[in-house]
Design a protein around this ligand. Sequence first.
Ligand SMILES: [Fe+2]
Length: 202
Amino acid sequence: MKLKLQISSDLHIGYPGARGFPPLVPGTDIVLIAGDTCEGLQRAIREMRAAYPQVEIVTCAGNHEFYHGAYFEQLAEGRACARELGVHFLEDGLASFGRLRILGCLEAELARHHAGTTIVMTHTGPTLDHVAPSDRSELISAAYASRLDDLIDRFQPDHWISGHVHYPVDFVRGRTRLISNPCGYAGEIAAFDPSFTIEVEA
Ligand SMILES: [Fe+2]
């Protein structure tokens, strides 16, 4: 069975001039949102469920979800809200759809044998290639992306979806396709594709 996944991140819906949630692409089975939807985790989850009432949603928190809040409180409220609204919230967890697994926890799950498709979703980028070339030598790049190259090379998940860095990427490393489709602030990213989808075997 093939599933169609619509991917975005960094929608920043509370900011002036924000585009809002991308219109649902017809035939989409699962919407994936890789964090920084807005400030307030519970609000982010409620807003995405309101925007996409009829489809599966898998999301992870960004840094903005925790702004103006206390981390553990936000997390507990967000988890409860996600359960209530049937949103798959990845924080050291995973979501499964047939033979597709989407992981928000890393090494232990990646190490588990899985006969099917594996997608990893994180808010921050997993390699330095996720950072714009002009910023790569800046110390602040450590706040944009991690160096998880070794994890990618060892486990070769089919896809790794991330956001945070307002720099779109779509490239292949070994057997892994790495994707970031951030919306960013108003008019910031010309290359943002609101209709970005992939199809995977499930
Ligand atoms: Fe972010």
